[in-house]
Ligand binder design. Structure first.
Ligand code: CDP
Length: 208
């Protein structure tokens, strides 16, 4: 069973993906980390974030063991990731890894921007998780403040808006809800309610 969870920045899709994966005993891949890691590796080697040749080469040689790097979690890493993620060569270099992850037995949960549209168009369950930019900024700000990162609510909101515009406006695999994805607007829901809604959708699909 492949479960695709897409949505804009800080929509809670990562938290949801992890909980759903744990509940159903499936492996989970936060695909945003792949783009964050490519941007990190480009910057570390002195390349521009939009260098297609270096981006593709570094994406192909990406070591999945480096994805738990805490430096990948911050707002700067997210912004850099969205610049590198615009490059079609980077996206195609990461495609096979994501598809192979999705197609393992007995299935997988992947979260990102293009899982339901490009990476796994045949996913069994697709969700598009969103919330108002202000709600997303409040949640993300609380999360980063708890980690001790010195970033304000206003900066967090600006980062989210810039990235959403870039991610939705790019030519290659833009962020868009797949026509067959269930929309989960979590503006007025806590994580428990979102999790229960997602489990309900998946159980209905399993029993069909
Ligand atoms: O956690 P958050 O929603 O803030 O970001 P993320 O999922 O870690 O993604 C960081 C950036 O990577 C996004 O802004 C996108 O530009 C890019 N990304 C993408 O293009 N495609 C994906 N499947 C996942 C992330």
């Amino acid at each position: 069973m492949i479960i695709a969870i897409d949505g804009p920045a800080a929509s809670g899709k990562g938290t949801l993906a992890k909980r759903v994966a744990q509940h159903f005993g499936l492996p989970v891949l936060d695909t945003g980390l792949l783009y964050r890691a490519v941007a990190r590796d480009l910057a570390a080697r002195g390349f521009r974030l939009d260098d297609p040749w270096a981006g593709a080469a570094l994406a192909r040689s990406l070591d999945p063991a480096t994805l738990d790097d805490p430096h990948l979690r911050g707002a700067k890493a997210g912004d850099a990731a969205s610049v590198a993620a615009k490059i079609p060569q980077v996206r195609s270099a990461l495609l096979q890894f994501q598809r192979a992850f999705a197609n393992q037995d007995p299935g997988a949960v992947l979260d990102g921007r293009d899982i339901g549209t490009v990476i796994c168009p045949n996913a069994h369950v697709k969700m598009f998780v969103t919330a108002s930019p202000e709600v997303r900024a409040r949640r993300r700000h609380a999360e980063v403040a708890a980690r001790g990162e010195p970033i304000s609510y206003e900066e967090t909101l600006a980062d989210i808006l810039v990235r959403d515009t870039r991610d939705a406006g790019r030519g290659a695999a833009p962020m868009v809800r797949a026509v067959d994805a269930h929309l989960l607007d979590t503006s007025e829901m806590d994580i428990e309610a979102v999790f229960q809604a997602a489990v309900g959708l998946i159980m209905r699909k399993i029993s069909q």
